[in-house]
Design a protein around this ligand. Structure first.
Ligand SMILES: Nc1ncnc2c1ncn2[C@@H]1O[C@H](COP(=O)(O)OP(=O)(O)OP(=O)(O)O)[C@@H](O)[C@H]1O
Ligand SMILES: [Mg+2]
Length: 392
């Protein structure tokens, strides 16, 4: 039987019905949204590795906050944005687009004045194209603009702004300074502003932002996103397969959990591959194994940078990597211990191998664990190496 609809969504934020886990993080974020609606500014930084589930968590937060706290939320993707006026433009444009067909649309539209245009051949999309001078005014008078907006939105108690993929801005000193003055202005003003501002990005960007403006570190609540647990991952597979009428037994669930390593983006890729291979609505061992091998291939092409991919797959290093990647949950090793298991020709290239892997950013020395200790820098790379090692 051929199937058309996969319940898996590799690479895009997960649909609400398929979201699993993150209970604690969600509670914290939704509580903050509620607290903000009474007029107290709230700030959070959602951070974690690539593909770990930051955007999905933010999206879920918005949905719950909107339904439980009378808040209007926008999830703004700032990939590629490197200037504050463009950031401001996108935020207000998103407010407009999120409000289409909702009762308060005209209130927002009139707030943004004459720069609003309807575009799009296949469905209405609203553009906000204020000129540079006006955008600069919005940047500088950001809190005043938001206050006016909330006052006009009679049905709403507050605003949630999620700035996602803020990686391009995070290394801008201007952005850090802007945030600092915005927060200072709101906190010292007599007029409350019911705002919950959430930034989402990679851990290194968060550090970079705090380095340029250390006092920000104290005000943004850190929400670190980690890998999913065994139970969460298995639930995710149970839920996803059962929604499309496919059965899967505990043994296969355990295999899928192990190979995804609790990494959401891999869980989706593997689920999708297994789903497509299965022909009888019942995931057996053969489907699982074949799906994993196929997924490893897709993951390599989609998520691993080409130079890293080539190095990982090179004949010269492949056998060493196989010896390093023995356990999906153990991405550290000691040089001495690995060396014991290498054959003569592997030993000869081992030092070169370590240098090259370090240079590519795949490995780093783990100084805290003592000399000769190494660690894979990215879980995604490590799990890919592990998947590769299993498939051969
Ligand atoms: N809680 C979850 N339940 C189920 N699937 C999830 C969950 N979180 C993330 N995913 C899935 O994992 C993948 C990556 O998720 P998402 O895009 O949210 O991650 P991200 O951290 O924002 O990634 P990036 O760093 O690339 O922006 C997607 O396929 C998404 O559907
Ligand atoms: Mg994301």
């Amino acid at each position: 039987m051929s199937k058309e609809y996969s319940p898996f969504t590799p690479g895009v934020p997960v649909p609400i019905d398929f979201f699993v886990g993150r209970n604690q993080e969600l509670t914290t974020l939704v509580d903050k949204a509620k607290a903000s609606s009474s007029g107290k500014l709230q700030l959070a930084f959602v951070y974690g590795e690539r593909g770990i589930g930051k955007s999905s968590l933010c999206r879920m937060t918005r949905v719950i906050a909107e339904s439980q706290a009378d808040i209007l939320g926008v999830h703004v993707f700032l990939g590629g944005v490197v200037s504050l006026p463009e950031m401001a433009r996108r935020i207000f444009e998103k407010f407009l687009n999120e409000s289409i067909n909702r009762p308060w649309y005209e209130q927002i539209r009139s707030f943004l004045g004459k720069h609003v245009r309807e575009v799009g051949l296949f469905g209405v999309n609203i553009e906000f194209d204020a000129d540079k001078k006006e955008l600069n005014q919005l940047v500088n008078g950001f809190s005043t603009a938001l206050r006016t907006l909330v006052q006009q939105l009679k049905d709403k108690k507050g605003l949630l702004i999620i700035l996602d993929d803020s990686n391009g801005l995070a290394n801008l000193k201007d952005f850090a300074n802007w945030l600092k003055s915005l927060i200072d202005e709101i906190s010292t003003s007599d007029q409350p502003l019911p705002l919950f501002l959430v930034l989402a990005g990679l851990p290194e960007r968060r550090l970079q932002l705090f380095q340029s403006q250390p006092s920000l570190m104290r005000v943004f609540d850190p929400i670190e996103i980690k890998k999913l647990s065994e139970e969460e991952t298995k639930n995710f597979y149970r839920q996803s397969f059962s929604k499309v009428g496919i059965s899967i037994k505990e043994e296969e669930l355990a295999t899928l959990w192990q190979y995804s390593g609790g990494y959401p983006v891999l869980a989706h890729e593997i689920g999708d591959a297994v789903f497509k291979i299965d022909m009888d609505n019942n995931i057996d061992k053969d489907d699982a194994v074949r799906g994993i091998v196929k997924a490893a291939h897709v993951i390599g092409q989609k998520y691993i940078e080409p130079q890293v991919y080539d190095a990982i797959r090179s004949q010269k290093y492949h056998s060493i990597l196989r010896k390093l990647a023995r356990d999906p949950f153990e991405s550290q090793f000691r040089k001495k211990e690995i060396a014991k298991d290498l054959n003569e020709s592997e030993k000869k290239v081992f030092d070169n191998f370590l240098q090259r892997m370090k240079k590519l950013g795949i490995l780093k020395e783990d100084k805290e664990a003592g000399s000769g200790a190494y660690q894979f820098t990215s879980d995604l790379h490590y799990l890919f190496i592990w998947l590769q090692a299993q498939g051969n």
